[in-house]
Design a protein around this ligand. Structure first.
Ligand SMILES: [Zn+2]
Ligand SMILES: [Zn+2]
Length: 243
């Protein structure tokens, strides 16, 4: 699957290069022609999550609400979660273009945004390993790529962290989390993620990359599998936070 993913990445880049010659890039959010798939004006309209936010799950807070939200009652298997922006407006349109319309050209500007915000959201954090939230093989074949994998690959390369996407997989097909009541979200995901190369995870500080963090049920289930496999700690880093 790794080879398939890298080969498809090569062809994607080749194809995008070819497309750039025939059809020069335009902003995939507002349609304005230019040299980027996410224009500067649209990028500036993304609602970035600034402090104060919950020190545990990263949800935006007001000063008067204190540093923890109601997540203190939740059993998280990760240490912290941080998200770059609010899942709304430009960021939601950009993620839709990226995820559902197969616009892989959007990967680059979104990954760059995550690279730019990383030192602010996780100052001094140096993970031993970067892994994406895996998707099921059928979904991968249908879509042709794992959106979190594409982000994780670029973040790890830019920040010079070790990256491995073949050490775990999503074994069980699950219902789409969107539209499921919160009470059923963890149940739906139970046992879905499996670490296949436990030796590569053992004792490591892992940075888990996700695209959209909603209740955290998916990231939490992946973190649980990583911890069971012996990971020392898991930090979640997501592109968008739905609030
Ligand atoms: Zn634009
Ligand atoms: Zn919280």
């Amino acid at each position: 699957m790794l080879l398939l993913s890298r080969v498809s990445c090569f062809f994607e880049q080749f194809w995008e290069g070819l497309l750039d010659i025939v059809y020069p890039p335009f902003c995939l959010v507002c349609g304005k022609p230019g040299d980027q798939y996410l224009c500067t004006e649209c990028a500036n309209r993304i609602e970035i999550i600034e402090y104060p936010y919950c020190s545990r799950c990263g949800i935006p807070r007001t000063d008067s609400q204190g540093s923890h939200c109601e997540c203190s009652g939740r059993n998280y298997h990760f240490v912290q979660a941080r998200c770059v922006g609010i899942y709304d407006g430009v960021l939601r349109d950009a993620i839709h273009a990226f995820k559902y319309d197969l616009q892989t050209a959007m990967t680059e500007p979104l990954a760059q945004l995550m690279v730019r915000e990383f030192p602010r959201l996780y100052p001094g954090l140096k993970p031993d390993l970067v892994v994406p939230v895996p998707i099921h093989r059928d979904r991968f074949l249908e879509r042709g790529f794992n959106q979190s994998g594409e982000l994780a690959l670029r973040i790890a390369a830019a920040l010079r962290f070790p990256f491995d996407e073949r050490l775990m997989k999503k074994e069980k097909k699950t219902l789409d989390q969107v539209g499921l009541p919160e009470s059923q979200r963890s149940l739906n995901l139970q046992g879905a993620f499996v670490v296949t190369h436990t030796r590569d995870v053992w004792g490591k500080k892992v940075l888990l990359i996700d695209d959209v963090f909603t209740t955290g049920a998916t990231a939490n289930e992946v973190a649980k599998a990583l911890r069971w496999a012996g990971a020392a700690s898991v930090y979640v880093y997501a592109l968008a936070r739905s609030v």
